[in-house]
Design a protein around this ligand. Structure first.
Ligand SMILES: *[C@@H]1O[C@H](CO)[C@@H](O)[C@H](O)[C@H]1NC(C)=O
Ligand SMILES: *[C@@H]1O[C@H](CO)[C@@H](O)[C@H](O)[C@H]1NC(C)=O
Ligand SMILES: *[C@@H]1O[C@H](CO)[C@@H](O)[C@H](O)[C@H]1NC(C)=O
Ligand SMILES: *[C@@H]1O[C@H](CO)[C@@H](O)[C@H](O)[C@H]1NC(C)=O
Length: 243
């Protein structure tokens, strides 16, 4: 086959337009700076199904969606379909000068009984990798949405704090090997979230015993459904960790 410049453009255009859908309990696809994972870790606690679709990725931006329907196990999270910024992993907190992020998202469909959060899940530990292991010290969640009374692990330790340009209630509690700290929006859905994750790290170093001599093990963003059905669409997500 002879590739003319025109046919190369045609192929590139087709690649840009292609979307890829993930099904199954644990599948991932690398795309640009990110890995998109369909992670149905809690599916056995209920009944339902979920998909995740990658639309496009370019530089440090990605567009994706997830569609799900879950019932049963009303207090159990079923999944965390999410994107993971691969270049953030292993960074030492004290080296980070800024970590700008923006997230434009919306619910395109939502059932009236939906219980779910939309959240960052950021893992910190004593080694550069292995998020969610016995080397993990903190799981930092930032909930930019909470629907249907979804609440984080632990108990509330602060209210109406200002961090990263928004106002939050803060929750803390022990998890498997680590402490989970969750910032939960007090301003309703933050559909066009734009902030600097370094502000959150600095706040936890100053007030909650996070050591800046530890490593980012993963910076993820996605959604945790408990029950109900929805399509969560991210038109544009972006995070960069600068040192
Ligand atoms: C929920 O699922 C997890 C992981 O499969 C399991 O460890 C846990 O026991 C389940 N909880 C309930 C209430 O079934
Ligand atoms: C996910 O995709 C599978 C296979 O196409 C489909 O059977 C299932 O209904 C989808 N689930 C949802 C929640 O869209
Ligand atoms: C806010 O997010 C919505 C949903 O993704 C998008 O359509 C809209 O353009 C965004 N607005 C701004 C000001 O970025
Ligand atoms: C952590 O887990 C690893 C792998 O399972 C194990 O080899 C190690 O002994 C554990 N370390 C501690 C301190 O529990």
């Amino acid at each position: 086959m002879k590739l003319t410049l025109l046919s190369i453009f045609a192929i590139l255009a087709r690649c840009a337009a292609a979307s890829q859908t993930l099904t199954g309990q644990w599948t991932c696809v690398d795309s640009g700076a990110y890995e998109l994972c369909q992670n149905l870790w809690g599916e056995d606690n209920g009944t339902g199904s979920q998909n995740a679709t990658l639309y496009s990725a370019s530089g440090d931006s990605i567009s994706w969606s997830t569609t799900y329907t879950w019932s049963g196990g009303q207090y159990d999270v079923k999944s965390y379909s999410s994107v993971n910024q691969l270049s953030a992993n292993g960074m030492l907190l004290s080296d980070i000068t800024s970590a700008p992020t923006s997230w434009d998202w919306e619910y395109q469909e939502i059932s009236s009984d939906l219980v779910a959060d939309v959240s960052y899940d950021i893992w910190v530990g004593t080694t550069p990798d292995d998020p969610g292991s016995n080397t993990t010290t903190f799981e930092i969640m930032i909930w930019v949405s909470t629907e249907g009374g979804a609440g984080p692990l632990g108990s509330q330790v602060a209210s109406d704090i200002s961090v990263g340009g928004y106002t939050w209630n803060l929750y803390e509690g022990p998890n498997t090997y680590w402490e989970t700290i969750s910032f939960v929006t007090t301003e309703g859905n933050l559909n066009n979230f734009s902030s600097d994750l370094k502000d959150f790290f600095d706040y936890l170093v100053a007030n909650y015993g996070l050591s800046s001599e530890q490593y980012l093990q993963a910076v993820e963003s996605g959604t945790e459904p408990f029950t109900g059905s929805a399509t969560l669409y991210t038109s544009n997500f972006h995070v960069v960790v600068n040192i």
